[in-house]
Each structure stands twice: as structure tokens, then as C-alpha cells.
Design a protein around this ligand. Structure first.
Ligand code: ATP
Length: 465
């Protein structure tokens, strides 16, 4: 006999209680060996307990390792932190996994789509590392790490193998972001070499978007950095019918939280018309994660049979209420051929990140100094030589403007001034440069040290450099 697996259940706000009720009753009817541990979160919880995410709820997920979560409302402008973001950060849920599969009776312009999007969930532009450098210039840092990339790629390949998928495609922009996406792609290739049974290829993100809307049926598993993943996963949800049928899971090394992509839909809350499909599919994804795939396929079969029988909720053009739709799925569970034992299959292995790679043997060869210069008609009066550093290049908005010729681009009051040395230097040379700028009254707001690994520069060149 299979021992029940305890899972935290958060019913959430708006339509959350209605759709979680539906999923719980379908799981009961299918005799899935899950024991729910109820926990509170969201706006209603905030109004009751003064916090949208009580410590007991986090502790419940920490204890059980897995949660199924209904949507929670995040009110705008009340100093109320999003429950989803808080959970993701607190539990280090490094991958957002969204299966997108065409369903019968859900009419779309696309054929047979069956794609799983694996999105890196922590880093990239989401680290909130942003600065206003001058009143006219803002920067958002895009941080890609070997550890974050290796984790998400390893997870994508393990999941592909576990679910019998044949191809994993890395989507990136490494032709332009040679260091950021270049590192993401380098890690992808390193991990792919451990999975000779799976086809590994890569696509530039713009081409991937075009091909996804032209030939979506040719894709299998996609793995992407955070920002591209955010956009492309919504694009994929659109391919199969949108919010009502888009499930998702947030995966960490020790914990995982599964929830529908849609929000709490306050406009239809309490009316009994919400579509529980997206949350049900998230719950099936959870069963795959727990190695209970036979139950997942069993319920999926009943869901598909229900949709094929044209029983659909209002959002999909049908007339069924949430309860009628749920009962139709439960009725079809009985029609599935008696299916032997529900055994745990192998659980998707969640990897450990690799240890840090030391950069101690890198040599310091220069510095990029970012300065404010408001006399747009003239280039900044930067010193040509300080200590062992020579001014090699200045760029404005990423385009080289010095040495001449200066192209006729729109200039702003922000220059990157690149100083390089012909031999390795130490940080005292950079201090001397900054002191010289201080004496000249030139305002600088950022310095990036430029390193080389042997003869290979560990920094990019400006356009035209
Ligand atoms: P929130 O503020 O929680 O994000 P929202 O209404 O802004 O809520 P969604 O909840 O994602 O955003 O809903 C967008 C639209 O899609 C709404 O009109 C909603 O009724 C509809 N919708 C979302 N989920 C479902 C569902 N499961 N069943 C039926 N309609 C849905």
C-alpha cells in the first residue's frame, strides 16, 4: 500500500477556494494518496491575521516540501508584498516550469502543441539591482551566474528524461549578450553533454518567438533565462488557449510550489463559474514532481475525455459551472480502463549547484569609469594617461565616440571611459585615476574593473571599438 504524501494546500483569494475545492474532490475520487495540510495566505488572510503569509504557512511548506496554491490577490499600492514573490525568494525556487499543451475543445489557431517551458526564476534582471546614474540615465543590471544556470539546465534535462521528452532547446541572446547569455549557453552545453539520449539545441530568442508562432508543434522542452522566460512562457500559454488552462510550478532544491498562472479573478469570484483546469493541471504537474505520474495520467485522461465531450466552463465557450465540470471529470475517472497499480516512479532529481570557480588567477588590465558630462557639444576632458592606465575609448549609449571619428548619434550626459594598461596592473592604478578625476571635478558614479583570463578579455567591446 502506498503511504499518503502530505502536501500543503493554500486555497487563496477570489476564485481560489472554488477551484481548490474542485481539485481536492477530483483527487479524492481518484484516490490519490495525498493528505492535505491546509495553510492560509493572501489578501483574506492579511485582513484576518495582519499578514499575507503567516510564518506557520511557510513552515508548513518547509516541513512538507511541496504545496499546491490557489491564486492570491496582491492589492496595488498598500505596502503589501506579493505572496508569490515572497514564497519564491524564501524557498529559493530556482525554476519556474510551465507545461503548455493543446487540449481538446479549447479552440486556438495552433495545431498540436506540447511544450514545457523551464524558466530560471531568481536572477537575470530580477535581482532589483538598478541605479539612476544621472537624472537622464538608468541602468538595470542583468546578472547571470554559473550556479543559477547550471541548476536550471540540470533540472530541465532531468525533467525531460523523467517525462520521456526527446529535445531540450536553450533560448538566449548570446549573439549580443556574449557574457550574460554566453555563460547561460556555456552551462547549457556542459549539462547537455551528460544527456546523450536527449537532443540539445539552441535558438536566439527572437527567432524562437517567430518559430513558436509558426511551428509550435516542433518544440519540446525550452529552457530560458528569467526575463525571456517570463515573456516566452506567456506567449506559449497563448498558443494553447490562455489563462484558464495554463499551469505552473516553482521548483527549488528542497521545496516546490504549484499554482495556476492566472490570478484570483475577483470579477467572477463566488459565482461558481471559474475554470479549475489550470489549477488541476498544476496539481498533475505536482504529481509528476512527486513521482506519482500514473495518477497524473489517470486524471489527465478523465479531463481530456470531459473536454472531448464538449463539457466546458464559460471562459472556454461552454455552459458548465465549476461544479458541473468537476463532476463530469469525476464521472469519467470511472470510465478509464482499470489501471493496475499506482506506483511511485523515479522522482525528478533536483541538482546541487556547482562550487564557485575562483577568478583569483585573473589579471587586472584596466577599468571602465562611468562619468557624467553635461556639455554635450564636447567630449569629456578625460586625462589621457594616469599611472599605467591609458584612455583607449569612450562610448555613449554603447557606441564608441572617441577616438574619432565620432558618429552622429544622439548623445546623453553619460560616458563610459575605458582605460587599459599594456601590462597587468593593480588597484592602486585605478585609485590614482579616480583621484585625478576628483581633482578635475569630473563626477563619476561607477567603476568596473576589467580583468583578463590569460589573453582573453573578460569584458565586452563597445559598438565600433
Ligand atoms: P489578480 O489581481 O489576482 O491578478 P486579475 O483579475 O487581475 O486578478 P486574473 O485573475 O489573471 O487577473 O484574470 C484575468 C481575466 O481572466 C479575468 O477576467 C478573469 O475572470 C479571467 N480568468 C482568470 N482565471 C480564470 C479561470 N480560472 N476561469 C475563468 N476565468 C478566469
Amino acid at each position: 500500500m502506498t503511504l499518503p504524501r502530505r502536501v500543503t494546500l493554500i486555497r487563496g483569494d477570489g476564485i481560489g477556494p472554488e477551484i481548490t475545492n474542485a481539485v481536492v474532490s477530483i483527487f479524492d475520487a481518484a484516490r490519490v494518496p495525498i493528505e492535505w495540510e491546509e495553510a492560509d495566505a493572501g489578501l483574506a488572510c492579511y485582513q484576518k491575521h495582519g499578514t499575507p503569509l503567516p510564518q506557520e504557512t511557510l513552515e508548513s511548506i518547509l516541513r512538507n516540501g511541496v504545496a499546491l496554491k490557489g491564486p492570491t490577490t496582491t492589492p496595488v499600492g498598500e505596502g503589501f508584498k506579493s505572496v508569490n514573490v515572497t514564497i519564491r525568494k524564501a524557498l529559493d525556487l530556482f525554476a519556474n516550469v510551465r507545461p503548455t499543451k493543446s487540449l481538446p475543445g479549447v479552440v486556438t489557431r495552433f495545431g498540436n502543441v506540447d511544450i514545457i517551458v523551464v524558466r530560471e526564476n531568481i536572477e537575470d534582471t530580477y535581482g532589483a539591482i538598478e541605479h539612476r546614474q544621472t537624472p537622464d540615465v538608468a541602468q538595470t543590471l542583468r546578472i547571470i551566474t554559473r550556479q543559477g544556470s547550471m541548476l536550471v539546465h540540470r533540472y530541465a534535462f532531468e525533467m525531460a528524461r523523467q517525462l520521456g521528452r526527446r529535445r531540450v532547446t536553450c533560448v538566449h541572446k548570446a549573439n549580443i549578450h556574449k557574457h550574460g547569455d554566453g555563460l547561460f549557453l556555456e552551462c547549457f552545453r556542459a549539462v547537455a553533454s551528460d544527456y546523450p539520449d536527449i537532443v540539445a539545441d539552441d535558438l536566439i530568442v527572437d527567432n524562437a518567438c517567430m518559430q513558436l508562432v509558426v511551428r509550435p508543434e516542433t518544440f519540446d522542452v525550452l529552457v530560458l533565462p528569467n526575463l525571456f522566460g517570463d515573456i516566452v512562457s506567456d506567449l506559449c500559454a497563448g498558443l494553447v488557449g490562455g489563462l484558464g488552462v495554463a499551469p505552473g510550478g516553482n521548483i527549488g532544491r528542497h521545496h516546490a510550489v504549484f499554482e495556476a498562472v492566472h490570478g484570483s479573478a475577483p470579477d467572477i469570484a463566488g459565482k461558481g463559474v471559474a475554470n479549475p483546469t489550470a489549477l488541476l493541471l498544476s496539481a498533475l504537474q505536482m504529481l509528476d514532481h512527486l513521482g506519482m505520474s500514473s495518477y497524473a495520467r489517470y486524471i489527465e485522461h478523465a479531463l481530456t475525455a470531459t473536454l472531448k465531450a464538449n463539457i466546458r466552463t464559460r471562459d472556454l465557450g461552454g455552459v458548465a459551472t465549476t461544479r458541473e465540470f468537476t463532476e463530469a471529470i469525476i464521472a469519467r475517472l470511472a470510465e478509464v480502463p482499470a489501471h493496475a497499480e499506482h506506483e511511485y516512479s523515479r522522482v525528478i532529481t533536483v541538482p546541487e549547484p556547482p562550487p564557485p570557480t575562483s577568478g583569483l588567477n585573473w589579471s587586472l588590465v584596466g577599468a571602465d569609469v562611468f562619468v557624467e558630462w553635461n556639455d554635450i557639444a564636447h567630449l569629456p576632458a578625460m586625462p589621457e594617461q594616469v599611472a599605467r592606465l591609458s584612455l583607449r575609448m569612450m562610448s555613449n549609449r554603447g557606441t564608441k565616440v572617441y577616438p574619432p571619428p565620432t558618429p552622429p548619434i544622439t548623445m546623453v550626459n553619460w560616458y563610459r571611459c575605458r582605460y587599459l594598461a599594456s601590462q597587468p596592473i593593480d588597484v592602486a592604478d585605478v585609485h590614482a585615476l579616480l583621484e585625478e578625476l576628483r581633482q578635475r571635478g569630473i563626477r563619476w558614479m561607477q567603476v568596473e574593473l576589467l580583468c583578463a583570463d590569460g589573453d582573453t578579455p573578460m569584458f565586452s567591446k563597445a559598438q565600433g571599438e
